[in-house]
Each structure stands twice: as C-alpha cells, then as structure tokens.
Write a protein of this length. Structure first.
Length: 268
C-alpha cells in the first residue's frame, strides 16, 4: 500500500502504532465509496504488517469524527428506487471497520467531534474509545425516513440496550454528550480536544509495548466472549490460549519481569 496514493484518509506508522485519519473535514469526514475502498485496503495492510501492533483511528478537524455516508452519494429524490435484496445487497459502510476486514489488532478510536450514523461502523468495531469533551453521538436515520439496522446493531456491545434504543428512536432530536458517553461506558476517557491525540497515543503506545501475540489472542477471546455464552467461551478458551502461548512470547514477558524494572501506571 502506498500512503501517498490515499485521497480520503491519511496513514502513518511509527514505533508499532499506525494512525488512520479520516481526511474529509470539509465534508465532516463523511465516507464515500472511495473512502470505503481505501479503508479496506489499509486494514488489509495493517493485518499483514508485523511492525504494526496497534491502530489509532481519528479524523481531521475538530468538528466531526464522521457523520456517516456522504449524502452526495445517496440517490437523489427523483423516484430512484433503492434495492436492498438480502441476497445481493452489501451496505458500503460494512467495509470501514477492522473486524469486517478480518483485522484483529487493537484499535483505539479518538473521537474528535460529532459521530453519528455510519460512524458506528468504525466505532462499533473499535476496541477502546476516547473522546474530546465536545464530542457527541447520535443516529439520525429514522429522522430521515431510513430504518437504522446495521449501525445500532454494531453498538449493542458498546452501550446498554436501552441507550441504543433511545439513541436510535430519537434520531436527530437528541445527542449523547461526551460526559454521558463516559457514564454509560461508550467511551473510556474524555479529555479536552487539544489533549485527544496525546491520550490516544498514550494508550496505543502502552499496548504496543507488550507481546503482540498475547495482546491479539486476548482481543480475539474477548470479542468471542461478547458473542458466546459464558459456558461456550469457557469450553473454547484453550483455543485462544494456544493462539499465543508460545515460548517466544512467554520468554519476552519473563524478561520484562526478571529485569526488575516496573511500570509506573497511570491511575484512571
């Protein structure tokens, strides 16, 4: 992948951390088919690049993280018919997120403003969300006569069911503040906007400093556990242990312990 060829996103990587920046601030970072193509290609690159251990996803500007699909790509109101054949229709936004592209490296989403509708294709498949204090979250689909299906479904493991229902059914009539998002567990940290990049980088750098096989196997296990029953997950737990319980990973961890050096943790 050639980062210089990207037109709707920016990509950079250093010290085990890749940063993907949605780069359409003039359109509130709304996604297009081109962005979907570029995001899918970027996740494919990240998946196979062993130098990348963690990904930060954020957006340009300070007004919006993403406001869903660019309305310029929605058919005009001229009688054009939508076709949602269950056998053929693939929602374009489904190609935006890491899990849908089979990328199982940790993703930290830094939400720098409005996040609504199709933004949840990314947020629903990210692992840790941090937000600027002016960020807001809402789903406008029903206000514009469209059923909200895929986006709120992806948010069900991030938010209490009642909160997803309220957000979905109120449409444009209500927005979830960053403070409320923290209360309900949608985000794990809220910081002033100017501090958001540093907060995301701190989290990503800490994760990147640890043995990647242990991190990625833990990530897969927890995502599986969120979709299985407790008994089912305990039954298949050894499968995830075997993904990462290698001599090299254990030796790396033992070396950290034996060094005598101890991490000075932050208190959240």
């Amino acid at each position: 992948m050639d980062p210089s060829a990207l037109t709707t996103i920016r990509y950079e990587a250093a010290d085990g951390v890749a940063t993907i920046t949605l780069d359409r601030a003039e359109r509130h970072n709304a996604f297009t088919t081109v962005m979907c193509d570029e995001m899918a290609a970027t996740w494919a690159h990240v998946r196979t690049d062993d130098n990348v251990r963690v990904v930060i996803v954020t957006a340009a500007g300070d007004k919006a993280f993403c406001t869903g699909i660019d309305r310029a790509e929605v058919p005009a109101d001229d009688g054009a018919e939508y076709s949602f054949d269950p056998l053929t229709y693939v929602d374009p936004g489904r190609r935006l997120g890491p899990r849908s592209n089979d990328c199982w490296k940790p993703v930290v989403a830094a939400v720098n403003g409005m996040a609504c509708g199709g933004a949840f294709y990314l947020l629903g498949e990210s692992d840790i969300l941090v937000a600027a204090d002016h960020a807001t979250f809402f789903d406008p689909h029903v206000t514009y006569g469209m059923p909200a299906v895929f986006e709120p479904t992806l948010m069900l493991h991030r938010m209490p069911f009642g909160e997803v229902l309220r957000m979905t059914l109120l449409g444009n009539h209500e927005r979830i503040s960053a403070a409320r998002a923290l209360e309900i567990g949608l985000v794990t940290e809220v910081v002033p906007g100017a501090d958001l990049p540093a907060a995301a980088q701190r989290i990503a750098a800490a994760i990147a400093s640890q043995p990647p096989t242990a991190v990625q196997a833990s990530l897969r296990a927890l995502w599986a556990a969120s979709e299985l029953t407790r008994a089912q997950m305990l039954d298949v737990g050894n499968t995830f242990l075997n993904l990462a319980m290698s001599k090299d990973a254990l030796a790396e961890g033992q070396a950290v312990f034996s060094s005598g050096q101890r991490i000075d943790p932050t208190i959240r």
